[in-house]
Design a protein around this ligand. Sequence first.
Ligand SMILES: C[S@@+](CC[C@H](N)C(=O)[O-])C[C@H]1O[C@@H](n2cnc3c(N)ncnc32)[C@H](O)[C@@H]1O
Length: 429
Amino acid sequence: MRYTDVRGRSDERNYDSAHLSVTMASVGTEETIVTGDVGTIVGGHLEYYTAHGLAPVAYRTDDLRAHLERRDSLYRSLGLPPAAFKGVRVLEVAPGTGQNSLYVAHCRPASLDLVEPNPAGLSAIAAAYDAFLLPHTIPAVHAVRLEEFAPKSTFDIVLCENWLGGLPREMMLIKKLTSLVAPGGVLVLTVVPLSGFFANVMRKLLAHRILPPDLDFEAQTELLVQAFAPHLATLADMTRSHRDWVHDCLLNPHYLNVALPLEAVLGAVGGELEALATLPRFGSEWRWFKAMTGARRSFNEGLGAAYRRNIHNFVDYRHVWPERATDANAELDRAFHAIHAAALAWQTAWRNGDRAAIASRTGEIGGHLEEIAAHLAALDGRLGTAVTELIDVWTAPSVTVPMIRKMDHFGALFGRETVYLSMTRPLGL
Ligand SMILES: C[S@@+](CC[C@H](N)C(=O)[O-])C[C@H]1O[C@@H](n2cnc3c(N)ncnc32)[C@H](O)[C@@H]1O
């Protein structure tokens, strides 16, 4: 087929299969849904993925039934059983390899639109559907960025996972996704609480510290896979390769920007959408439905309050502690926000090769780690031990691969970094 990219360049590419239709949005000729300067967005994941020819989100599908069950478990937890997808209009933005969309396609929606601009992702999508033998709705694949996607109608279900973070330009895109949800429809997004992000923020910085200058991309990949393999080996249910994880998290220059607290999403959607469910599920609802009218519906406020009582429960995916007072958790949350901000500043200093700034930011991060260690030790001694081990490595004059591999306590600490959130647009009765 003829493929034309959003800048008007065209060439022959092998994106289509016998089953897929790949279409291009025509820039500026369709109805504009979001106003603002989103059309000039550059950088982010996309620039990095395309520069290296990556789509580092390939999931294990050798056991297809298990893959589909995982997706079913996710969606039912978000209030979306198979019947919710059947016969309706579904949009998935940034589907990556498209493997996750197979489940939705199998639920037989009336239509399934996929918006994915990454050439490596588009090839993977074509391959995934070529190999998918179960009955399914054939998707329409739009090889454009969300910024240029200009559909003529809204959708009953809009899905977008593991892409947007909290940068102002990305908030604009969350607003755009919101505008694409029909009355009575659902938007599914992922949020990244700073407390859940903490362990991988530190892994990202440690990765910089062990990489010798001037290694090529492949050698960097191999070294980081070797260093972090013992950490990743503790994740029994991981469905991505270590190599993809290293590409997507440690080598991705945009990775620290994926932080996206719940309050940012609720702020971006304003009152337009109402929280439906999350996974992990930290909210509960004990009110009588007859009291839930008008301003008293307050689903977003209720979820926000439950989130604040559970900030500590995103730190370590292996444990759940009783809810805590909002004040105590606000202090903890501030500490995680502070170390994230310092990590961004450290990364900038590192990229600029500014030795003085690196030294001062390294010390600053050490201070934040001490504070976090004290908070977490009071919560659970095992967490305190893990962060103390991290401090020992972080404050060493130089960090080596064997040091990372030997982190027996911190190594197994991964946060609940990805929190799925479903929200509905009220019917406007
Ligand atoms: C981390 S991957 C997540 C992929 C998939 N949702 C998943 O969870 O496996 C981020 C995805 O966002 C896509 N992406 C990046 N910039 C985009 C844009 N401006 N519009 C649409 N998709 C974009 C990338 O190409 C990539 O497929």
